[in-house]
Design a protein around this ligand. Sequence first.
Ligand SMILES: *[C@@H]1O[C@H](CO)[C@@H](O)[C@H](O)[C@H]1NC(C)=O
Length: 184
Amino acid sequence: MKVITASSLVLLFALVFLATHSSSQQIDPLLPICKTVGGGSMYVGIDFCLSALGSDKRSHSTQGYRDLSIIAVDLLTANVTSTAAKIDGLLQKGGGDATTTTIKCLQSCQALYKDIAERQPACAAAVKKGSFKEAQASLQKSASAAKECEAGFGKSRVASPLTVEDDDAFKLAKLADGLLDYAA
Ligand SMILES: *[C@@H]1O[C@H](CO)[C@@H](O)[C@H](O)[C@H]1NC(C)=O
C-alpha cells in the first residue's frame, strides 16, 4: 500500500508540474502588442489591454495593430451603447433617490455619450480606409467626453453611478488610439 501511495504521489506531482510548466509556456500572443501599447501608457495598462482585446474572439486570429484597433473601436461602441442605455434607465427612474444635481450630471453625460456613439461609425470607417489620424482625433474626443462625464459628478460633489463605465470608455478609446499609433 505504501509503495502505491508513494508512486501515485510522484505521479501526481509529475502531472501538476507538467500542467503548470506547459501552461506557462503558452505565452499570450497579445502580450508583445499590449506591452508596446499599454506598457508605457499612463492611461491603458497591459492588463486592461490583454483583457479587453482578449475578450474578442477575433483577437486570436489577428495580431495586426490595425485589425486590433478595429476590435478596440468595436468594444468601445458596445460599451458606449450599454452605458447610454444605463443612463437612460437611471434618468427614467428619475426623482427616485437621485437628487436634482445628480439628474443634471446624468443629463450632461447622456449628451456626451450620444456624441460618442454618433462618432463611432465614422471612426470605424476611418480605420478601415486607413485614415488613422481622423480616427484618432475622433477617439481622443471620445476619451475626453468620458472623462468629462465623470468629472461632472466630482465638480458637483455627488457620487457618480458611472465611474466604471466612464473608466472603461476612456481606456478603450485610449487603447484604440494607441494601437493606431503603430498601425500601417
Ligand atoms: C466594456 O469594456 C470593458 C473593458 O473591455 C469590459 O470589461 C466590459 O465588459 C465592457 N462592457 C460592455 C457592456 O461591453
